[in-house]
Design a protein around this ligand. Structure first.
Ligand SMILES: NC(=O)c1ccc[n+]([C@@H]2O[C@H](COP(=O)([O-])OP(=O)(O)OC[C@H]3O[C@@H](n4cnc5c(N)ncnc54)[C@H](O)[C@@H]3O)[C@@H](O)[C@H]2O)c1
Ligand SMILES: N[C@@H](CCO)C(=O)O
Ligand code: NA
Length: 433
């Protein structure tokens, strides 16, 4: 607060989807926010890359910084919102500079926190500067507050979620319309959901950034992005979406973190989830996170995970916390106490699997495939082979009982090498969150 007057002066770095939404929310809900915090939340300074760009925002009377890092030094700023993005570069330099001098920071930047979370948490703790990051995971869903505060009594068993709105929008639209992947991606980009580099969305990287942070908070460990098993949705085909429907499943890109006997399992990949499960009902750009606690049981969170309004909702909530004087450890425990959990390799994962093979329609093919599965301890739960096309390619779909990933991979390698199997096998894990 400046000179004892009841105001908190905010500097915003980055005036894109989230920065613009934040400025608007602070202005349009100003009176309400003042009543809730007891002080005026007033934007005094901004920085964006292109001062000449036409924006639908009134920037009159605001201090303009060519270099966002100047916000860390601006004497008319008490709190900085870092809404530029990118794991390194200006965003990281700005946040470091603010925390070093004890200036509060609110950020939506999951990439930066997934890569530099431990360092930034230590820095924040060393100067006592709050670092808010509710907007970084699942946009408007208050999942960070839920884990850090509401569920603080629980030993967390698992966290599973739809953490990328772009992928969920694409998968939902593909299922509903039968449209192509690339066509739907362009629409998600136009709607402001996608990352600057949309491969971050569709290759699962953005979801992995968010999972890294949720796992850190849930299990009190250092954020370990490098230890997440990541697969994206580029290879999910219309045929697999249709078979999932026939089997009573929907395909979702899930992030799952849980503590197993082999260590912390962190994985992001397409999953088949039962169509009636709460997470399967989370559609379009919505995100959903299911937390399993040892006391509370299962808690389901759902809401908008991307876009200007929902993300600004989370950014401003963090500003409100800081204005109210709330100070909480960045990852739920003091930074010096963050554990170094052993990491479970993906080959140690156990679960059920969907396998689709394109095979030559001829006698003996199924016998060969089931022999390989038997040799690798994989037990078949169900099998679909519909239609006939003698001598030509037909799909065979199998689902397995509980199996070890290492066994499944071994089996698929041998099955893929059979002369009667015409394309690389497609495998999608079945999950029941
Ligand atoms: N869009 C969403 O729905 C959403 C949701 C949650 C989190 N996020 C995160 O929020 C952050 C911002 O995302 P966005 O969607 O608003 O991106 P955006 O591209 O719309 O906005 C980023 C802004 O930063 C500005 N910028 C770039 N380099 C700069 C520099 N050197 N100095 C000052 N400004 C600079 C750009 O000009 C742009 O206006 C990212 O970390 C993103 O991952 C976005
Ligand atoms: N690109 C992200 C934005 C929200 O973090 C998504 O689609 O979910
Ligand atoms: Na959130």
């Amino acid at each position: 607060m400046a000179n004892g007057e009841k105001s908190l002066r905010i500097g915003i770095a980055g005036l894109g989807t989230v920065g613009g939404g934040t400025l608007r929310t602070l202005r349009e809900n100003a009176e309400l926010l003042t009543r809730r915090t007891g002080c005026r939340l007033v934007v005094t300074a901004v920085s964006a890359r292109d001062p000449g760009r036409k924006r639908d925002l009134d920037l009159g009377g605001l201090r303009w910084h060519e270099d966002a890092r100047a916000l860390a030094e601006d004497p008319e700023v008490d709190l900085v919102c870092e809404l530029i993005g990118g794991s390194d570069g200006i965003a990281l330099e700005l946040v470091r500079a603010c925390l070093r001098r004890g200036r509060p920071v609110v950020t939506a930047n999951k990439a930066m926190l997934a890569h530099h979370g431990t360092e930034l948490a230590r820095l924040a703790e060393s100067t006592g500067a709050p670092l808010g990051w509710e907007a970084a995971v699942a946009g408007g869903i208050p999942i960070i507050k839920s884990l850090r505060q509401g569920l603080a009594a629980n030993r967390i068993v698992s966290v599973s979620g739809i953490l990328n709105g772009t992928c969920n929008f694409i998968l939902t639209t593909m299922r509903e319309t039968g449209r192509e992947f690339a066509d739907v991606l362009a629409e998600a980009q136009a709607l402001g959901y996608a990352e600057a580099d949309p491969s971050f969305d569709v290759d699962g990287i953005d979801a992995a950034h968010k999972l890294t942070l949720l796992a850190s908070l849930a299990f009190g460990g250092r954020p370990r992005f490098d230890a997440v098993h990541i697969e994206g949705i580029r290879h999910v085909s219309a045929m697999d979406i249709a078979f999932a429907g026939q089997l009573g499943y929907r395909i979702k890109l899930l992030g799952v973190a849980r503590m197993t006997a082999a260590g912390l399992e962190q994985r992001v990949h397409p999953c088949m989830v039962p169509a009636e499960a709460p997470i399967a009902q989370v559609e379009g750009v919505f995100n959903g996170v299911v937390v399993e606690g040892d006391r509370v049981g299962s808690v389901v969170h759902e809401g908008r995970g991307a876009g200007a309004g929902p993300t600004a909702s989370a950014v401003v909530a963090d500003i409100v916390d800081i204005a109210r004087g709330l100070r909480l450890p960045v990852f739920g425990v003091p930074a010096s106490g963050l554990a170094d959990h052993p990491i479970a390799p993906m080959t140690a994962h156990r679960g059920c699997y969907y396998i689709r093979l394109m095979v030559v329609d001829q006698p003996g093919v199924l016998a060969d495939i089931s022999a390989v599965l038997r040799d690798h301890n994989v037990s078949i739960e169900s099998l679909i082979q519909r239609g006939r096309n003698p001598g030509q390619a037909v799909p065979i779909v199998l689902t397995s009982h509980d199996a070890l990933e290492a066994d499944m991979r071994g089996a698929l390698q041998r099955i893929g090498a059979l002369a009667s199997v015409l394309e690389p096998p497609r495998m999608i894990r079945i999950e029941r969150p």
